[in-house]
Design a protein around this ligand. Structure first.
Ligand code: G4P
Length: 538
């Protein structure tokens, strides 16, 4: 099969949600449809449970399992579907943000009872920033949830995206009857069913024909007709191009646990979701169909076995064909590497891959040569854009508890932050190491791993900062002036970009007002711009 056909076949996406909305359940049902797993429960083990928040050993174990299910591939109706797993736990949100850089589209799961929750808003912000096409699945329709029209309004208001329902629920909770598919014009009647795939479809081109009366009682038919009339009056037909541009999100209703409404979304997904397309590198746009191979690392995971210090780097293929045992050019370190054991992972099984194509994600053994954001090519100097670090929210200074193990501590902190577990900032005088994260949990994980993997002991002393912002300006002098004046609030990230630690929202506002020539960035995305001027800086 030629490269074009391989690309057209592929759909690489992530399912994202606020914890507990049903991401794991929906993922599992997709895998059941695809025949990739035979029984429910196979993906469940991947979930980092709320009860485990303080038990970082357990979390590490589960993160280990999540390596196995990091990419779940299956075939469905001639398409090769790659689901990239994202950790549900909010302390690992940054992992999720980075995974979003490696997908071509997203399915967003919303709990019909809770509506749009905080984590969903944050994840959607990242999708909007990247113009990622989004399909929404409103889950748990078997429960007494919010009114569907209110949910649509809430989606538009909180997620700042236009929506277009493609299926519509007939009641909900105890009286939930099913969904009408507005796109394919059929009726799917609800039955509680946790193991089988629901196949109760009735073709109904026109719900105003009396045929529908034999399936639903009068009050439900009347309400459905009113609703559908309202929808068709208010919403324009789905413009697939607008969906692909990330401006409009099709919405489906269902109940993942009951396997209900899942097939509708999957069928529409394979029809409209994008196959791998263009990717922006600092130097130029790279098209999936280019014969030359290119890809980037978006995630690094430590090996579960503490006796083996090697790690696994997850590479998303952007163009051309990747082949095992072939030399590829690592653009940051300016060296060629070849990989004897590239692998794919699936439900605790690891498989050797001989070749892989755009949209595929492969695991490469990493003995320390990779950092998140690294690019591999066949020789061209390329640096893929869009693998940002996000402004962390919790800051602590590393306190070395064993001066004889300073080297080990330095190495450990460097490697663990390269893995993307947290961000490292260095402050002068004294090379003070400040670690910034989005969640408390990472500190426990870092402390534990430093001790067990590097033999270094440390403590963390809390710092009262509100945000870390990268600062840039067209006027170099202004930056120097700012750094001098705010010296005790300035640190440098690993690429030596200056970062301002704001103590409060107020102090950040004051700094912005007093220094209008400076730009305060909440993500490090701007850095790839710098690469254009100085290609070796990344
Ligand atoms: P997450 O990955 O987004 O965190 O959510 P997950 O799929 O684990 O689902 C969270 C909870 O919601 C689970 O219950 C799951 O069974 C339930 N759930 C998922 N889909 C539906 C649905 O359509 N209807 C209803 N009523 N519940 C649903 P749990 O009690 O936390 O876990 P479990 O004991 O069932 O495994």
């Amino acid at each position: 099969m030629g490269l074009t056909n391989e690309i057209l076949k592929r759909r690489t996406f992530a399912i994202i949600s606020h914890p507990d909305a049903g991401k794991t359940t929906l993922t599992e049902k997709f895998l059941l449809f695809g025949g990739a797993i035979q029984t429910a429960g196979a993906v469940k083990s991947n979930k980092i449970r709320k009860t485990a928040t303080s038990d970082f050993m357990e979390i590490e174990r589960q993160r280990g399992i999540s390596v196995a299910t990091s990419v779940m591939g299956f075939e469905y109706k001639g398409k090769k579907i790659n689901i990239l797993d994202t950790p549900g736990h909010k302390d690992f949100a940054e992992d999720t943000y980075r995974t979003l850089t490696a997908v071509d589209s997203v399915i967003l799961v919303i709990d019909s009872v809770k509506g749009v929750e905080e984590q969903t808003e944050k994840l959607m912000e990242v999708c909007r920033m990247r113009k990622t096409p989004v399909i929404v699945f409103i889950n748990k329709m078997d429960r007494e949830g919010k009114d569907p029209f209110d949910l649509l309004d809430e989606l538009e208001e909180k997620l700042k995206i236009k929506v277009r329902p493609l299926s519509w629920p007939i009641s909900q909770g105890f009286t939930f009857k099913g969904v009408y598919n507005l796109y394919n014009k059929n009726l799917n009647l609800f039955e509680e069913n946790k193991t089988k795939i629901s196949g109760n479809y009735i073709k109904l081109e026109n719900i105003f024909n009396s045929e529908i009366d034999s399936f639903l009682s009068e009050s439900f038919v009347t309400k459905l007709r009113e609703d559908v009339q309202l929808i068709e009056g208010v919403y324009n037909p789905l413009d697939v191009q607008e969906y692909l541009n990330g401006n409009i999100a099709p919405v489906f209703f269902g109940s993942a646990i009951n396997n209900f409404g899942v097939q509708e979304i999957l069928e529409t997904f394979i029809e409209i979701a994008p196959c791998p397309g263009k990717r922006v590198a600092a130097e130029r746009e790279v098209t999936a169909g280019e014969p030359q191979f290119s890809g980037f690392v978006f995630k690094i995971h430590a090996n579960l076995d503490p006796n083996h210090r090697d790690r696994i780097a997850f590479l998303r293929i952007c163009s051309g064909k990747f082949a095992r045992n072939t030399f590829y050019y690592h653009t940051r370190v300016d060296k060629k590497f070849r990989f004897a054991n590239p692998s794919t992972f699936m439900a605790s099984e690891k498989n050797l891959v001989e070749e892989a194509f755009p949209g595929d994600v492969i695991g490469l053994y990493d003995t320390g040569q990779f950092k998140i954001g690294d690019t591999l090519t066949e020789g061209e100097q390329l640096h893929f854009k869009g693998i940002p670090s996000f402004s962390p929210e919790i800051f602590r200074e590393v306190v070395n508890l064993d001066p004889f193990k300073t080297k080990q501590l330095d190495k450990g902190v460097r490697q663990l932050t390269e893995e993307g577990l947290a961000q490292l900032f260095i402050q002068q005088p004294g090379n003070r190491k400040i670690i910034g994260t989005v969640g408390q949990l990472q500190f426990d994980v870092i402390q534990f791993r430093l001790e067990h993997e590097y033999g270094a002991k440390c403590n963390f002393s809390p710092l009262n900062f509100f945000k870390a912002c990268w600062i840039t300006s067209g006027d170099k002098k202004k930056i120097e002036d700012f750094i001098q004046r705010k010296f005790s609030y300035i640190a440098f990230d690993k690429e030596e970009n200056p970062v301002f630690f704001a103590e409060s929202e107020w102090s950040l506002r004051m700094a912005r007002e007093s220094y209008p020539e400076l730009i305060f960035h909440f993500t490090s995305e701007f850095k790839t711009g710098k690469v254009l001027q100085n290609q070796n800086a990344f």
